[in-house]
Design a protein around this ligand. Structure first.
Ligand SMILES: Cc1cc2nc3c(=O)[nH]c(=O)nc-3n(C[C@H](O)[C@H](O)[C@H](O)COP(=O)(O)OP(=O)(O)OC[C@H]3O[C@@H](n4cnc5c(N)ncnc54)[C@H](O)[C@@H]3O)c2cc1C
Length: 476
């Protein structure tokens, strides 16, 4: 994967730049020791690594603004980072960039149950947002599987989703406002403690902008009252296509489960070995969860089981207790980690219309077999957000390249059937060079013009999202 040449002038000025940053943040706030910088050389797409010029860990919006001002004056690119769990290389540094981590900014600033919001610093982890309000019967809905580690900052930048987003929507549907520092250090407020701010939907623009438009430092998030109860059911099939058809039928019926998750045999076995999930022995497993009162749950599950039975399942198993439900979800939420114990893997993220699931699953299996690579599937089936996991051996010459080529073909297949290149993991560096398979030149040009407005020097999160040749004339 190609990255731009680092700016020799910036590299030469490193001592002065680090000294200015230290003066602004204090010694704790700046890391430039080469060994310590290794912690920031990659994110969850660990096939690509590059230590940054230095890393800064500001403790407030004012400190972020000071860093941005210095970097703007010195002509230094800035790569914002939350927890570094991006699977698309979104937080991959360049050698001439300051990596700006918001991990120290993790406080709850305000909780307002009357108006159902919480305001947090952007470095707070996703799960600890719910942690701050659950004792009062509330929760924050978007639940990426990485929620124990990933930060709200990264969730906003990637417009992250999760298993329960089928009913509650993704980050953009649960975000009310942000404080953001612009490329030149100016601090702006977008949205606020109410839905639908006046004027253009700038919040919609910022959410999912992958660190291209500004550095988010605080967020106002919608919180919801916890449902009375929830219950998952496991439905096992002996074919991926039949499981896909069942998902399609559930969605078509108008029932809105809170989650419909899919795992294939490879992933089922890995999850079982990893956490003893005790899943049924089958080729394709659906976890369908509904919520509400006991009567509502019984009614919805009854209708779902009826649909499932029409497709001849090998097993249907309703969870009988809270402990069993927790074990079912633990298996699903740790499935990526479980697959990592088998081999290296590349996790893809594409979205397709739900009705195309059966044929796309079949085609992915065929495409993997054609090039001799195993592909596991675990994904949010209810909203058609697929995560094929391609297993490969990072130590085998040529395997990574073969994997990337297969990944690109699978994502192009998602586009070809009417879907898109990314559901929730973002474009980053991973999909940067296949953006033209989804967008015409004119579409990309308009997206780049939006960046021109927010970041005229193109110093924010370089070499991500836009193909390098398309943006070449714009980088300073
Ligand atoms: C095991 C595993 C499971 C996962 N499951 C899911 C899942 O279910 N759903 C899902 O959506 N994702 C999932 N992910 C991907 C990842 O966790 C999400 O993309 C997450 O939102 C990234 O958050 P982060 O804090 O780690 O961000 P980082 O990786 O640090 O950064 C991600 C992007 O956000 C930008 N960014 C970071 N901070 C800021 C800021 N303050 N201002 C502006 N831009 C910023 C970065 O530049 C980068 O482009 C998973 C990852 C792993 C490793």
């Amino acid at each position: 994967m190609q990255m731009p040449q680092p700016d020799a002038g910036v590299l030469a000025n490193k001592p002065r730049i680090a000294a200015r940053l230290r003066a602004a943040l204090g010694p704790r706030g700046v890391i430039d020791d080469p060994i310590e910088l290794r912690a920031y050389e990659c994110d969850g797409l660990s096939a690509y690594r590059c230590p940054p010029l230095c890393a800064v860990l500001p403790a407030s919006t004012e400190q972020v603004a000071a860093v941005m001002k210095i970097c703007h004056e010195e002509g230094v690119p800035v790569v914002p980072r939350g927890a570094g769990t991006s699977l698309a290389g979104g937080a991959l540094p360049t050698a001439d960039a300051v990596l700006l981590g918001v991990a120290r900014m993790n406080r709850v600033l305000e909780t307002d149950y009357d108006n159902r919001f919480i305001r947090v610093e952007a470095g707070r982890t996703n799960l600890s947002v719910t942690g701050a309000v659950e004792q009062d019967g509330f929760f924050y809905a978007p639940d990426p599987s990485s929620q124990l580690a990933c930060a709200i900052a990264g969730n906003i930048a990637m417009n992250s989703g999760g298993a329960h987003c089928l009913k509650y929507g993704v980050t953009t549907n649960n975000l009310m406002g942000v404080t953001m520092v612009m490329a030149d250090g100016e601090v702006v407020e977008i949205g606020g403690a109410h839905l639908d701010a006046g004027g253009l939907d700038l919040l919609g623009l910022v959410c999912g902008s992958e660190g291209q438009l500004g550095v988010v430092t605080e967020a106002t998030l919608r919180i919801l009252a916890k449902p009375e109860g929830a219950r998952p059911v496991l439905i096992g099939y002996n074919s991926a296509e039949v499981a896909g058809a069942c998902v399609s039928d559930i969605i078509k019926s108008g029932i809105l489960p809170v989650a419909i998750e899919y795992m294939d045999r490879l992933v089922i076995k890995a999850a079982d070995a990893h956490v003893g999930a005790n899943y049924p022995d089958c080729e394709a497993l659906l976890i369908v969860e509904v919520e509400g009162s006991d009567a509502e749950i019984d009614d919805q599950l009854g209708r779902i089981v009826k649909i499932a039975k029409r497709h001849n399942p090998v097993e249907i198993r309703e969870s009988g207790s809270a402990a069993e439900a927790a074990r079912i979800w633990q298996g699903r939420k740790t499935a990526f980690g479980a697959m990592g114990q088998i081999n290296d893997y590349m996790c893809l993220d594409g979205t397709i219309p739900v009705s195309r699931l059966p044929e796309v699953l079949r085609r992915i299996g065929e495409m993997g077999a054609e090039v001799g690579l195993q592909v596991g599937n675990v994904f949010h089936a209810g909203d058609g957000n697929m995560h094929p996991l391609i297993l490969y051996d990072a130590n085998k010459p040529g395997d990574l390249e073969k994997t990337e080529a297969l990944g690109a073909e699978i994502l192009k297949l998602c586009v070809a059937v009417g879907g898109c290149l990314t559901g929730e993991h973002g474009v980053g560096v991973e999909k940067r060079d296949i953006m033209p398979s989804q967008y015409a030149e004119a579409d990309l040009e308009i997206q780049m013009q939006v960046k021109d407005v927010f970041d005229p020097d193109w110093g924010l999160n370089p070499a991500k999202v836009f193909p390098l040749d398309a943006s070449a004339g714009r980088r300073g």
